[in-house]
Ligand binder design. Structure first.
Ligand code: NDP
Length: 282
């Protein structure tokens, strides 16, 4: 029977570990603090920001919320980021994406100091990951590595196939699997014979944003399958990029949706905040 990789439990273990670490840091006079900026009031973003604030409170990280109106200008947002870059009491800066269409997302990401880039989106963070230097790693792929390691799934020497090449999931995922000595293939919308490539995978990471796309014909017997996709159907039920019911009897391990990759993203964000506070206090 396949191991159902329990992202809820693993993320809650990580949060408990961080809570203890933060308590010890506070005894040494280090008080981690995350600045969370939201521009406009997109309802989904409000939920995500609320969850991040809640996780901070649980772990003992101070969160400073900046709720800016939709009509905020690019210059005003950049000025706030600059102020937070200079503020020694703030260790992590997060701008909830997407930002309103009149703003330049790239310029905003570039404005955050790499030392406080807890989302790991700054080009310097991305570059550090690819050359193996310390830096912050995008939270979702970092969380997937934790899911694999904490479930006892070996990466070294394994055929790893990542489907999707976005800057926040696919590409950093591939770099992290490579860092763990996996043999990595990245697939995308122009890949020929996607099914055949996926069937080579010992570890298959599905991150394309297409509900239930991957069925049993895409997986090898005994593979470990990580489903990054999140979709809500008409009845409000969540599903992933993988057709769980069709695949589960064929694989050795699989992440469910919900309760797999999803909960790990916030846990790794919290981890990055704690790491930022430690590095900035050295
Ligand atoms: P993007 O839309 O940015 O990227 C999708 C990638 O999938 C692209 O590289 C695209 O290829 C590729 N792709 C699309 N269709 C196909 C196909 N039919 N065959 C092969 N490759 C295909 O998505 P994200 O990376 O941001 O997110 C992927 C999924 O993960 C989404 O469902 C998203 O909601 C979810 N997600 C979940 C998170 C979590 O915390 N669990 C966090 C972030 C995302 P090409 O480059 O050629 O266009």
């Amino acid at each position: 029977m396949a191991l159902r990789i329990d992202g809820k439990k693993i993320s809650s273990d990580i949060k408990e570990e961080l809570k203890e670490k933060v308590a010890a840091m506070k005894e040494d006079g280090i008080f981690p603090c995350l600045a969370v900026i939201q521009v406009g009031n997109d309802p989904a973003s409000t939920v995500y920001v609320g969850n991040k604030k809640k996780a901070c409170a649980y772990i003992g990280i101070e969160s400073k919320a900046f709720e800016l109106p939709e009509e905020t200008t690019q210059e005003e947002l950049l000025a706030l980021i600059e102020k937070l870059n200079e503020d020694d009491s703030v260790h992590g800066i997060l701008v909830q994406l997407p930002i309103p269409a009149h703003m330049d997302e790239k310029e905003v990401i570039h404005a955050i100091s790499p030392k406080k880039d807890v989302d790991g989106f700054h080009p310097q963070s991305v570059g550090a990951l690819s050359i193996g230097e310390p830096g912050f790693v995008s939270c979702t792929p970092a969380g997937i590595i934790q899911l694999l390691k904490r479930s006892g799934i070996e990466i070294e020497g394994k055929e790893c196939v990542v489907v999707g090449r976005s800057n926040i999931v696919g590409k950093p995922m591939a770099m992290l699997l490579l860092r763990e000595n996996g043999t990595v293939t990245i697939c995308h919308s122009r890949t020929k014979d996607l099914r055949e490539v996926c069937k080579r995978a010992d570890i298959l990471v599905a991150a394309i944003g297409k509900p239930k796309f991957f069925d049993e014909t895409y997986v090898k017997d005994g593979a470990a399958v990580i489903d990054v996709g999140i979709h809500r159907n008409a009845d409000g039920k969540l599903c992933g990029d993988v057709d769980y019911d069709k695949v589960v009897d064929k694989v050795s391990a699989i992440t469910p949706v919900p309760g797999g990759v999803g909960p790990m993203t916030i846990a790794m964000l919290m981890n990055n905040c704690v790491e930022a506070a430690l590095r900035l206090s050295e």
